[in-house]
Design a binder for this molecule. Structure first.
Ligand code: NAD
Length: 264
């Protein structure tokens, strides 16, 4: 095969529909010759993921809910059966109770705190541990984060705390797995209108604010995140690990944001 990803096989978790960031990454990898396996979260998403998998000629590793370790075991058993080993894994999974992505962070409940951390942070660590077993020749792991990990963003609340922990996990995992030539990185994406983002209050305003203040004067697309993902999942980034790379039209470098956008 031809392309940057020729001969590489990878598991991509987190495709919900054709607006998912994971879908942008899957398309970019497939275009460059990667063989891909996707998962879906329950029957409701199966209907959406199956036609998308077909579009890319991708394999489906089955149902995966990261709160159910048996489903993760089944997915990795299936990958092992299908391919024996893998070259990359993409983790594009996060969840928090919508009601708590509003109001004050201080009001987060214990239950939602644990659930948010479990689904959005621990899942990456347990997936990395399972991936390690299938990466005897090294590999690349990639997760998705957001600027709310670094700075307080309206409505991000406990998800910001979770993303901070996820970014720290990237660094610890990079050290744990570095001697096996398994690299671990994250893309910090600017706001994109996806299913997960629909749980965040005033999301239209956040998009406008980013358009107005980002150096590139626009937001980013899942395809742009996908192309940057390609760098991390391919050998182009073979000297890079533990990195948090912003794909946000440059928003994070601007210190003095404008007071307000004229049309919002
Ligand atoms: P999305 O809704 O398309 O994807 C989220 C995915 O998480 C879905 O596929 C869903 O099935 C999966 N998921 C949730 N709970 C799960 C569970 N218990 N088990 C297995 N899977 C589960 O939305 P997206 O915006 O593409 O989100 C992908 C990643 O990108 C998330 O980590 C998100 O925080 C991150 N991100 C999104 C934005 C944005 O503005 N959309 C910005 C930066 C980072």
């Amino acid at each position: 095969g031809q392309g940057l990803m020729a001969g590489k096989r990878g598991l991509i978790l987190g495709v919900a529909n054709n607006r998912s960031i994971a879908w942008g990454i899957a398309k970019a990898c497939a275009e460059q010759g990667a063989e891909i396996s996707l998962t879906y979260q329950g029957e409701a998403f199966r209907k959406r993921v199956e036609p998308l998998a077909k579009e890319l000629g991708a394999h489906i590793a089955g149902h995966c809910d990261v709160t159910d370790p048996a489903s993760l075991d089944a997915v990795f058993d299936e990958i092992k059966k299908q391919w024996g080993k893998i070259d990359f894994v993409v983790h594009a999974i996060a969840f928090s109770d919508k009601d708590e992505l509003d109001g004050r962070y201080i009001d987060t409940t214990h239950g939602n705190f644990l659930r948010t951390m479990d689904i959005s942070v621990f899942s990456f660590t347990t997936i990395a541990k399972r991936a390690e077993e299938l990466m005897p020749d090294g590999g690349s792991l990639l997760t998705l984060t957001y600027y709310g990990a670094e700075k307080v963003m309206p409505h991000y609340n406990v998800m910001g705390v979770a993303k901070a922990a996820l970014e720290a996990s990237v660094r610890y995992l990079a050290v744990d797995l570095g001697s096996k030539n398994i690299r671990v990185n994250a893309i910090s994406a600017g706001p994109i209108k996806t299913l997960a983002a629909s749980g965040i209050g005033d999301f239209r305003y956040i998009l406008k604010w980013n358009e107005y203040n980002a150096p590139l004067k626009r937001t980013v697309t899942p395809e742009e995140v996908g192309d940057s993902g390609l760098y991390f999942l391919s050998d182009l980034s073979r000297g890079v690990t533990g990195e948090i790379h912003h794909v946000d039209s440059g928003y994070h470098v601007v210190g003095m944001k404008a007071v307000d956008a004229p049309d919002i």
